[in-house]
Design a protein around this ligand. Sequence first.
Ligand code: SAM
Length: 180
Amino acid sequence: MQISILRLGHRLPRDERITTHVCLVARAFGASEAIYTGQHDNSLESSVSNLAKQWGGEFGIRYEKNYESVINNYKKEGFVIVHLTMYGIPLPEKIDKIKTNKKILVIVGGEQVPKDVYELADFNIAITSQPHSEVAALAVFLDYVTNSEPLKRSFSDKFKGKIKIEPSERGKKAISNKDQ
Ligand code: SAM
């Protein structure tokens, strides 16, 4: 499954941390890229790219001015468009249908999500019908859609990073791989 994330309306300085966390969750759960709209942010891009260099994997981040053209282009490339919103349909009612798709563009909003996003999306999906956070909504969605595979011990092997955690009952064990 190929998963891309579209984060709408990034605002500086308010969203610096939360957009970074959206990207970190996306990467950790195996998404291949994050695209963001709103304000261009070089420091966001370099911190996400540096983390990906250190911890491995092929995760990319890029800025796009126009969310409509991103959505339309991804539709043309065969992606199903899933918009996460508390106003949508509860995830368990739609997850089986969503999982029939090989390519998914997941949209998360910022403060005010434009109305047409609800129309452009193939699915408007709620992760509970209560307000919370794009980071939490994305994590739960990715957990469902990946059948929790990223939570397994073996999933981290695919990243082949310079650092790898050795899961342990106590303390912190990390192995550094100088060949990567
Ligand atoms: N007023 C915003 C709206 O129109 O939805 C809510 C802002 S919320 C802090 C930012 C983003 O978090 C939302 O756009 C949505 O992607 C995600 N989000 C928050 N609560 C959610 C929920 N219960 N289910 C799905 N996504 C949620």
